[in-house]
Design a protein around this ligand. Structure first.
Ligand SMILES: [Zn+2]
Length: 298
């Protein structure tokens, strides 16, 4: 049932018409020696239909945000760190994807990308890894994905995952796997946060920033109610455990979080909501004063 719902929900979410508004290109967000360029691959919202419709859940969601939709986005993050260009997730890879046009506005080409890190294997994160002819979009990049996520695709021989198969055929010897605590580069650390998918991971820039992938989807409902899972989450219990553990870590270490589905530009901080005492609850604060658009002809 969950698999059916998952497929249905992804289809519904991806069928939402994408905004045709102009591409926004922001000045990079500077944190330590890292520059982060948030890229809005596509605009998005999440409706209530991706969440359970029992009365208790509805009441909790109403209390947090009594509207039919939570603002969202499909973000990828281009990072300049240690003299390398690093891309965290690759977007949808459909004709609506804005990542390549944004690259042009930033005067970056896919050939310059040194490292691509995939938080997990869902189409809105891995879709842009190949170009329209099926070739590697990032021909010189080393690819990183968790060992569990790669194995989950390879092990299902009766239902081989086409994305992972294509990905491993195309990137061949340039696929690297990480485990909990692997340093992809000095100071850039992978943490496993399974549940949403079996090998879902978040990436920490040591003590400063955390790229959280799909740790949660709907900003208005799931920080307040981290126990509520969307139909995208494969294993609810594991997802909630990872979500609470990682959000606590972000709050404790005062990390800036970068979310694939947080409203663009997807950067903020997390605090525990101490008004709620019977369960974990959090608040999200989007980073303010960070809205300087670059001139389009830069
Ligand atoms: Zn996603």
């Amino acid at each position: 049932m969950k698999n059916f719902l998952l497929g249905l929900a992804i289809l519904m979410a991806l069928a939402i018409p994408f905004s045709l508004k102009a591409i926004t290109v922001l000045e990079p967000y500077r944190i330590g020696e890292m520059l982060v360029y948030p890229i809005e691959d596509a605009a998005n919202v999440f409706g209530r239909d991706i969440f359970p419709d029992d009365e208790e859940t509805k009441q909790k969601m109403n209390a947090a945000y009594p509207r039919p939709e939570s603002p969202a986005s499909i973000n990828v993050f281009l990072v300049r760190y240690a003299n390398k260009w690093i891309l965290i997730d690759t977007g949808l890879g459909t004709k609506e994807s804005k990542i390549m046009t944004t690259f042009e506005l930033l005067h970056i080409t896919p050939r310059q990308i040194d490292i691509v890190i995939l938080t997990h294997n869902h189409a809105d994160h891995t879709g842009g890894i190949l170009d329209s002819t099926g070739k590697a979009r990032y021909p010189y990049a080393q690819l990183w994905i968790s060992m569990e996520e790669l194995a989950s695709g390879r092990l299902r021989s009766e239902d081989p995952d086409p994305t992972l198969k294509k990905l491993s055929d195309t990137y061949n010897k340039r696929i690297n796997t990480f485990e909990e605590g692997t340093e992809i580069l000095p100071g850039l650390i992978a943490h496993l946060a399974p549940g949403h998918t079996v090998g879902h991971a978040v990436i920490e820039f040591k003590d400063k920033m955390l790229f959280i992938g799909d740790l949660l989807h709907a900003v208005k409902w799931q920080f307040a109610n981290p126990e509520i899972c969307s139909a995208f989450d494969q294993d609810d219990a594991a997802t909630v455990a990872s979500r609470v553990r990682i959000l606590n870590m972000a709050a404790d270490k005062k990390l800036v979080v970068a979310g694939a589905h947080l409203p663009y530009p997807g950067l903020g901080t997390v605090k525990r909501n101490t008004d709620v005492t019977d369960r974990p609850a959090f608040r999200y604060f989007q980073i303010k004063g960070y809205d300087m658009a670059l001139p389009k002809n830069r």
